[in-house]
Design a protein around this ligand. Structure first.
Ligand SMILES: NC(=O)c1ccc[n+]([C@@H]2O[C@H](COP(=O)([O-])OP(=O)(O)OC[C@H]3O[C@@H](n4cnc5c(N)ncnc54)[C@H](OP(=O)(O)O)[C@@H]3O)[C@@H](O)[C@H]2O)c1
Length: 332
């Protein structure tokens, strides 16, 4: 396993990160013994960053991760998140504090390495959609700083979902040290310039801007929630129904679109679409860690093998760039 700096935090995170969300589902629907075996294996493989959130499985992901890390006696880097509800908006500092206290209790930790704001960011607050506005970032960051001073969190980050214009400003204004960015073969716009005809949200190379501003970049939805496996079969631990983020109208559309990248397998660049998707993300040096949500130990093993093969060759990356302009002609 190779390690990359997480922005200017001084932390070095494994190129493959462990997503403990509900989509892969291991930490929400899996058996405790499966979680133990998988985390043990992850540590053996050199994975050192585990990503959870207070809302994953309504706290279950944090409790399970905390119990497993304690049982194994493992000192890994843990990131969690605060999601502000509409009723929290008038009391942001207290809401942040209460959420982090709850997370620490569930995780059985005195201090978490990374605390991240989970809400999407808009130019203006929109509680109905769960969006915080740019003006809300200041009180959130002040609350995070106060938690840092109390020794309850080490570093703080934001979510790279929401309105592109707001996100591009947030990476300059917020004072965050990391950002979670949606980046995958289907929607690479956070890392690449995409054609005007691109049918999905254009993140306008947010990743490069975040990285230039010293933020560590945590890539999410590397497998488009599983659609980049090229099939719509779901593992029993996985979420049965996945809502795409910044890609097709529904999961089946993303699965169909993922087959536009099948040429990478046919031309021998990779052994599978999953490998293509993971190595595509790792190919971008602005990415600190590529988070993958796992349903099983086998998926973790496969992902680690893919990461070990390193970035895709530049010839493959050039051919991938030729696919995005074809989206406007493809009908799914
Ligand atoms: N900040 C945010 O708002 C936000 C949003 C989304 C995610 N995240 C973070 O990012 C993490 C990962 O995101 P995600 O789970 O939503 O999406 P993802 O990593 O793109 O997709 C996970 C799915 O990929 C499939 N998969 C994983 N490894 C595989 C393998 N080796 N072979 C075949 N299929 C494989 C699994 O589906 P099957 O088992 O059904 O095949 C799994 O459910 C989350 O756990 C969370 O920590 C953050």
């Amino acid at each position: 396993m190779k390690y990359r700096p997480l922005g200017r935090t001084g932390l070095h995170v494994s190129e493959l990160g462990f997503g403990c969300g509900g989509v892969g589902g291991l930490f929400v629907r899996g058996e405790r013994c499966e979680m133990l075996r998988t985390v043990e294996r992850a540590i053996e493989l050199g994975v050192n960053y585990f990503d959870t959130a207070s809302i994953y499985g309504d706290g279950k992901s944090e409790s399970s991760l905390g119990a497993v890390l304690r049982k194994l006696g493992v000192d890994a880097l843990v990131g969690t998140k605060v999601r502000l509800s509409a009723s929290d908006m008038g009391r942001i500092p207290d809401a942040v504090m209460e959420s982090v206290e709850g997370s620490l209790k569930r995780l059985r930790l005195d201090c978490v390495d990374l605390i991240q704001l989970h809400n999407p960011i808009g130019l203006y607050r929109d509680p109905e959609r769960g969006y915080v506005g740019l003006d809300d970032l200041k009180p959130v960051m002040l609350a995070f700083q106060s938690l840092q001073e109390q020794g309850k969190v080490k570093f703080c980050g934001i979510n790279g979902l929401g309105e592109t214009e707001a996100l591009l400003q947030a990476v300059e204004l917020a004072g965050a040290q990391s950002i979670q960015i949606c980046y995958n073969l289907i929607n690479p716009s956070a890392g690449y310039k995409v054609p005007r005809s691109f049918p999905f949200q254009d993140f306008c190379q947010l990743m490069q801007k975040a990285s230039r501003n010293g933020l560590g970049v945590i890539a999410i939805r590397v497998l488009a929630g599983g659609a980049l496996s090229g099939t719509d079969n779901r593992h029993p631990n996985a979420d049965e129904s996945v809502s795409p983020i910044a890609s097709g109208r529904h999961y089946a559309e993303d699965v169909a679109r993922s087959r536009m990248f099948q040429f990478l397998v046919e031309q021998g660049y990779v052994d599978s679409l999953v490998e293509a998707a993971i190595r595509f993300v790792v190919s971008n040096s602005a990415v600190s860690t590529a988070l993958v949500g796992f349903s099983s130990l086998e998926q973790l093993d496969q992902a680690a093998e893919c990461v070990a093969k390193g970035p895709l060759p530049s010839k493959a990356l050039n051919q991938i760039e030729e696919v995005w302009p074809l989206y406007s002609k493809a009908d799914f």
